[in-house]
Design a protein around this ligand. Structure first.
Ligand SMILES: C[S@@+](CC[C@H](N)C(=O)[O-])C[C@H]1O[C@@H](n2cnc3c(N)ncnc32)[C@H](O)[C@@H]1O
Length: 255
């Protein structure tokens, strides 16, 4: 099977679906919070200079808003930043995550929601993060994780991927490549590694379309995505609102 041209796929995907990822994660709940709130809880209140890397539509920047704090949202996609700008004033920066336009040792915290799954090459991105963080500064990231789901939750996800005939994919399979090794190589010390399961509710077609639109499916033809939407709608009609489990992993590392 030919390899995926991720740069091209990501460029097209984010041009066509700006804001799609946050549309789902903002609605995904674990108790009283969504994944952005969980990531924000890893940021010390004393952090005043914060970068949200691969900010997309800017949900994390808005979550981190606090008096005396500047949170810059950075993303490669003009379309994503267009959504961000419509929702809040920023500051927003269009740049590549492997060439951060910040001075050495200039930031207290770098956050990223799913960003380390997509920025390539990953080791260059982490090298840049290490460069711009001040000594004692922190990197806090979240990424999807398949662990912790119950068999029933996993079965609902498996039914969906069976209809899609493929799984959502990312350029950097963080769960498998070993964050630990990478951080150690780059002189960051992992201080926390936690997992949490969120639930995205599907009560009808809008919810189903939103979910399928938020998935990277580079090998899935449009008819399979439509079949997946139909499947979710049918199941929610038969069984009442569905709760699709989204496992998340939060890693915090310090320089
Ligand atoms: C999975 S989305 C997550 C977006 C956002 N953090 C959220 O939670 O909605 C990944 C984001 O990474 C951005 N991206 C991809 N490659 C990038 C790069 N090399 N540098 C900066 N951003 C990049 C995409 O444009 C996209 O907005």
């Amino acid at each position: 099977m030919p390899s995926i041209d991720w740069r091209r796929y990501l460029g097209e995907y984010h041009r066509e679906h700006p804001g799609a990822v946050q549309e789902v994660l903002l609605r995904a709940r674990s108790g009283d919070h969504n994944p952005y709130r969980w990531l924000a809880r890893a940021v010390p209140p004393t952090a005043t200079r914060v970068l949200d890397l691969a900010c997309g539509g800017g949900a994390m920047v808005r979550e981190l808003a606090a008096p005396d704090r500047t949170t810059v949202g950075l993303d490669l996609s003009a379309a994503e930043l267009g959504v961000a700008r419509e929702l809040s004033p920023g500051p927003w920066v269009q740049a590549d995550g492997v060439r951060l336009p910040f001075a050495d040792d200039s930031l207290d915290v770098v956050t990223s929601a799913l960003g380390l799954l997509v920025i390539q090459p990953l080791d260059e991105a982490i090298r840049e993060i290490t460069r711009v963080l001040r000594p004692g500064g922190a990197l806090a990231v979240i990424a999807p994780s398949v662990w912790l789901m119950t068999p029933r939750e996993a079965a609902e996800v498996t039914r969906l991927t069976a209809v899609l005939r493929s799984r959502p994919m990312f350029p950097n399979p963080i769960e498998r490549t070993g964050v630990k090794t990478l951080l150690a190589l780059l002189r960051l010390h992992r201080v926390e590694d936690k997992r949490e399961v969120y639930f995205y509710p599907v009560a009808g077609e809008d919810d189903a379309v939103r979910l399928v639109n938020a998935l990277y499916l580079p090998r899935t033809p449009p008819e399979r995505r439509e079949a997946a939407v139909d499947h979710l709608v049918r199941r929610s009609e038969q069984r009442g609102p569905l709760r699709i489990a989204i496992g998340m992993r939060r890693v915090v590392a310090m320089k």
